[in-house]
Ligand binder design. Structure first.
Ligand code: TYD
Length: 148
């Protein structure tokens, strides 16, 4: 992750192709998706009140899109804490680098689709919050150090 930011989180807005029949959104690798899509997974039938996530990744790019219903994603990164409501299929939350994420407030009809630039690997997960904090601090410290 030498020339990448420590972490980056941003809300993307996908353009829909509309006609009298309705709307269509096309997601294309390296066009409106800023990486090569290696994996797609989706969360659905989430039990009322359930919360998911509670992890960060070491080196994974992801975009989360609520293609039905809504949920909120609370993130913590080098930029601080932010909360995003995904409530429309044209909104995508891009996350890369060291980002702690917690997903909650799933509506009954929520289908949260996630695009990722790598296959599933448990080795890429940081599931312990204190380890996440320590890693983020060490990255921030090293970056500040090298800038001086
Ligand atoms: P988990 O990461 O705990 O889900 P969440 O972050 O939404 O709480 O994943 C649940 C289980 O599914 C866990 O055993 C790992 C497995 N899994 C895969 O096999 N492939 C995948 O692409 C993902 C995301 C999870």
């Amino acid at each position: 992750m030498t020339d990448k930011k420590i972490s980056e989180v941003s809300l993307l807005n996908f353009s829909a192709i509309s006609d009298q029949r309705g709307k269509l959104i096309s997601l294309e690798a390296s066009k409106n998706i800023p990486f090569n899509i290696e994996r797609v997974y989706y969360l659905f039938d989430t039990i009322k009140g359930a919360e998911r996530g509670f992890h960060a990744h070491i080196d994974l790019q992801q975009i989360a899109i609520c293609i039905s219903g809504s949920c909120t994603i609370d993130v913590e990164s080098a930029e601080g804490k932010e909360s995003f409501t995904l409530d429309a299929p044209n909104k995508g939350l891009f996350m890369t680098g060291i980002v702690w994420r917690e997903i909650r407030n799933f509506s009954a009809d929520c289908v949260l689709m996630v695009l990722a630039d790598a296959l599933y690997s448990e080795d890429d997960y940081i599931r312990d919050y204190s380890s996440f904090e320590a890693l983020l601090t060490s990255f921030c410290f090293n970056t500040t150090d090298s800038e001086n």
